[in-house]
Design a protein around this ligand. Structure first.
Ligand code: DX5
Ligand code: ZN
Length: 229
């Protein structure tokens, strides 16, 4: 069982063996996670290439968990329909990757998916100001996107706190997701700052027992939640 209904650990399959993704997803299902984070990279928006639409379609057949698709691609509106058709439940686009963020978010919603807006470490929260009422999720990057296994950027905590404040003041409902460098060592302050969904790749799938690693993160997150102001 997940530690707390308010908190989600979202295992990122970027850190799993791409030749055995079905097995990787199944290995964490019994922990009660509800989301599998899927990183899509195009070699333009980020300096790396990962997976695309056919892999999301295969994952859809392999699990009933929600697929949380993080598009690190230029002009994501070109592919939103394809990822939705492939079975994505959540689709997140980067503020920096499109001149038409509002349109991209509307497209995601029209496809029946939940919509997220993401910001890189160098991008202020204020750049999402006009879409906060339209998104289901704000994704705060705590590394510069492109690679797993990087060190957590602590500036993310201030942004999460700022988003939490904006959500409260505006009576808004979006969830706050944080992505990059989340480990047993870094998770507590991130939870205390107000994150709802914690993406974890390396700290789950590079461990011998991914389910045990998720459960440990759930436990630590639950403890930190009790200390949240
Ligand atoms: C990074 C990706 C992350 C990545 C996180 O560009 O968006 O989702 O999988 O990996 P870890 O948890 O290893 O930092
Ligand atoms: Zn991601």
């Amino acid at each position: 069982m997940a530690t707390h209904p308010q908190l989600e650990i979202a295992p990122s399959i970027l850190a799993a063996d791409f030749a055995a993704l079905g097995e990787a997803v199944r290995s964490v299902e019994r922990t009660g996670v509800r989301l599998i984070h899927v990183d899509v990279m195009d070699g333009h928006f980020v300096p790396n290439i990962s997976i695309g639409v056919p892999v999301v379609a295969s994952l859809r057949k392999a699990t009933r968990l929600d697929l949380d698709v993080h598009l690190m691609i230029e002009s994501p509106e070109r592919y939103i329909g394809a990822f939705a058709q492939a079975g994505a439940n959540w689709i997140t686009v980067h503020q920096e990757a499109t001149a038409h963020l509002n349109r991209a978010i509307a497209q995601i919603r029209e496809q029946g998916c939940r919509a997220g807006g993401a910001i890189n470490p160098g991008t202020p929260v204020s750049t999402l100001g006009e879409v906060l009422q339209d998104v289901d999720l704000v994704l705060v990057m705590s590394v510069n996107p492109g690679f797993g296994g990087q060190s957590f950027w602590p500036g993310a905590e201030r942004k999460i706190a700022e988003l939490r404040e904006l959500r409260m003041r505006g009576g808004l409902k979006f969830l706050i997701e944080v992505d990059g460098g989340i480990t047993a060592e870094t998770i507590a302050p991130v939870v205390r700052s107000g994150a709802d969904i914690l993406v974890a790749g390396t700290s789950v799938f590079h461990k011998q027992d991914p389910a045990a690693a998720v459960q440990e993160l759930q436990r630590l997150a639950g403890e930190a939640l009790l200390q949240r102001a």
